[in-house]
Design a binder for this molecule. Sequence first.
Ligand SMILES: Nc1ncnc2c1ncn2[C@@H]1O[C@H](COP(=O)(O)OP(=O)(O)OP(=O)(O)O)[C@@H](O)[C@H]1O
Length: 605
Amino acid sequence: MAEAIPDATGRSRRQILRTAVGAAIALIIIGTAPLYLGTYMTNILTRALFLAALALTVDLVWGYAGVLTFGQSAFFGIGAYACALVFTHWGFGPWWAIGALAAGIAVAMVTAWATGLLSFYHGASPLYSSIVTLALPIVLVQVIFSGGRFTGSSSGLSGFPTYYWSIDTWFWIAGTFLVAVGAVAWLFVRSDYGRILVAIRENEDRCAYLGIPVSRIKTGLFVACAGIAAVAGFGYAAFSNVVAPELAGFLLGTESLIWVALGGRGTLIGPILGAIGIDVTSSYLSGNLPFLWNFIVGVTFVVVIILLPNGVASLVTGAWRRYRRRGSADGETARGTGIRLVPSAKGHPAAAGASAAPIRIDGLTCRYGSLTVLDGIQVEGIAGQLLSIVGPNGAGKTTLMRCISNGTERTGGTVAIAGTEIGRSSPQKIVGLGVGRSFQNTSLFDSLTVGECLRLARYRIDGASRLHRSETVALPDPALEILAATGLDHKLGVETRYLSHGMKRGLELAMVLATEPRVLLLDEPTAGLTRPERVAIGHVLTRLVEEYDLCIFLIEHDLDFVREISNRIVVLHQGKLLLDGTVEEVVSSDLVKAVYAGQELEAAP
Ligand SMILES: Nc1ncnc2c1ncn2[C@@H]1O[C@H](COP(=O)(O)OP(=O)(O)OP(=O)(O)O)[C@@H](O)[C@H]1O
């Protein structure tokens, strides 16, 4: 676990150096390319390079963060029109160019920010953001159409003054821009933030319940990518000397998705290959085969999606991954092997310093339409106490957990964590108050390694770098103990999909503990575990309560297990709190026996 590894700064420097060397090689290729490409080809490629930069931004938003956006073309169009409008109507020169570029970037970013606010608020479905981004280019094109002579309406604007540099110069500008965007994107997707984007794509809910501000991160990414797309659009317009509504339209937005899907979603080389490949080929073929060309693109798309669902780039990236994983039987990757676990300086604060009860639930009600699932629940959790919540299926146990960990779930009543009412707060904010939750079905990130998952769980406390990947993960003692007890501390480089069920359960618990909660909500943590694994988890939970003073709410169906480890038991039945007492009181209660025997309460003795 504690093998010597290079320090993070050294690794970060090496990563930046490697990126700089890669960028330099790419620039040399671009610098010499016009010598062997003809003027016609250089011209087509220049255009394609600007479009490839657009495709890269689509890939960051869709391929990495999982937001299916049709609206990236709108930002490209805003940049293009900023160039054309300023040069046509106001003036031309270096300062006008800088002003137009700045205005294009600013308008694109503000538009993206407003779109992000509308699309990524807590509770919005992914479909919603796709619809909003679909509407964006449609609205923008209507604005351009209604702009009359100012925007050129459906004909667009052309012949405005621009820099009539040689075609080779434009090629170098476009190439340098693409290499710069690619290099920054390369560093970014390999940083802590890059892992967060993948985590959001794979399991947004789990991210929110680890305290990661999903909406803010998605909006920030969307805004940054809008700015880059606007620069690409500006360059495209200045180079081609013509803009048309199609540059901001839904068709280009959809085309850019096809480039990314064909090239390879979630890789950086994929969108570049896809955009350049399709644009250059279409420039050659669409003139000669105007009707056949779209058919060819359509068939190619279907064939590639069927044969290579991860795009053409997956041929290269798949082979590279297999090479890196060679010799590892359990899915160990190079990504997590360098991670070092260290004890968090703070130990585990848990309930320390809080004078109020860790959790107080007062008159909690939850209704779905006419169905009342929870009715007037009154419970107070105490630090250093394991409270088990039992009851037959459908009693409302999981709903109670949901109402505690997400402020928008309950219909009435209050929940206070260490004296602070949660109100209508999102799960992410409630994690900040000190609530950690594990789910009934293990909720992890399939393609992330154990080490990366743990790093992710520390985002709220330790933050994350946008340029490098941290190699040290500071964890509180209870999380380290779980990892040691389950053997996960020797599997930091293993992707979670290769773990056994018991290990996945252990990892989820360690991740939740890594957020340093004072209240722990566990929904059937031992479901599907073997007897020895259940015993091990039981020991860990007892220690969390006795040594770290945590307040644990545990849902469990195994009543023997409940009896062994609980300090107190709450029985729910049909959404009502039936009994709140000690283990002996509940075990000896005839009322509880009647409920579990399925008898009507009125008939119970
Ligand atoms: N989103 C929802 N819409 C409508 N009804 C719901 C919703 N969520 C839960 N319910 C209903 O609320 C009731 C309580 O569900 P809940 O999952 O909380 O029960 P539970 O005690 O955890 O059961 P189990 O032990 O089987 O997990 C069930 O009748 C369920 O169908």
